[in-house]
Design a protein around this ligand. Structure first.
Ligand SMILES: Nc1ncnc2c1ncn2[C@@H]1O[C@H](COP(=O)(O)OP(=O)(O)OP(=O)(O)O)[C@@H](O)[C@H]1O
Length: 250
């Protein structure tokens, strides 16, 4: 197996007496979709926040592409290709879908666009933004205001914004939350299509999506990883069923 793209070692984080991340170690390999599942409040979002650089762990290490990034700020991680797909709140509702993505492209490219003349620069920006919209199947909605898009389309746009930073590893926090069956099916197909281009870590409550998409699943309960393996292994694991899947069935 190839060297891990992401290595998490003994990561811990507490809020007062509450251990939200408790000695977490896991590997994410290039090309895989690695799902993190667990009951509400298990610490999934807090874990992703420590991987994206939004939150400092109390102890432990995060290595990305062989480099210790534990203390790197989020912007530096994004430049290295480690991006988090943000929640809908970060979309700008009064701007078009294309503008929302163009802003993300500009943030990534930064100064490199200053070398172009204004008109050429704008065209180059829009071309890249349009590519990202096409990647998520939203090109026909480019001129619509983000605020006027349906919930599922906003989720697609959120993904286009993340893809515009050209990530190697994309951290996805409940990308299907709030979507209907049809929207979820479309997004699942989209992630399946993207898997050849980008490695993904996926937090998701939709077990159907997890078992369809994930190559590996890690199960988090009270901040600890209690099991890690293929979806089939996790489905058959008694501790996992008791801690989580059983709860769903109940
Ligand atoms: N800033 C904070 N201060 C104190 N406690 C916090 C803080 N952020 C999160 N927590 C607590 O940490 C625990 C883990 O929260 P987290 O949001 O990471 O869980 P989760 O697994 O993502 O949950 P869900 O599936 O409901 O989104 C929860 O008990 C939560 O109340």
């Amino acid at each position: 197996m190839s060297a891990p793209l992401l290595q998490v070692r003994n990561l811990s984080k507490s809020y007062a007496a509450l251990k939200v991340t408790d000695d977490v170690s896991l590997d994410v390999h290039p090309g895989e979709i690695h799902a993190i599942i667990g009951p509400n409040g298990a610490g999934k979002t807090t874990l992703i926040a420590q991987l994206s650089g939004q939150l400092r762990p109390d102890s432990g290490h995060v290595h990305y592409m062989g480099q210790d990034i534990t203390r790197l700020p989020m912007a530096a991680r994004v430049r290295m290709g480690l991006a988090r797909s943000f929640q809908l709140t970060t979309l700008l509702p009064g701007f078009t879908a294309l503008e929302n993505v163009a802003i993300a492209v500009q943030a990534r490219e930064g100064s490199s666009f200053r070398f172009f003349r204004a008109a050429a620069s704008e065209r180059a920006l829009n071309d890249q933004a349009m590519d990202a919209l096409r990647d998520v199947g939203l090109n026909s909605r480019a001129t619509q205001l983000a605020g006027s898009l349906s919930h599922g389309e906003k989720r697609q746009l959120e993904l286009a914004v993340a893809l515009a930073t050209r990530p190697r590893l994309l951290l996805l926090d409940e990308p299907l939350a709030g979507t209907g069956h049809e929207e979820a099916t479309l997004l699942i197909a989209l992630f399946a299509r993207l898997r050849s281009r980008v490695t993904m870590m996926l937090i998701e409550h939709d077990m159907d999506a997890v078992f369809r998409l994930a190559d590996r699943v890690s199960v988090l309960v009270y901040g600890r990883i209690i099991a890690s393996g293929t979806p089939a292994e996790m489905r058959a694991d008694a501790a996992v069923r008791a801690a989580y899947l059983g709860e769903e069935e109940g």
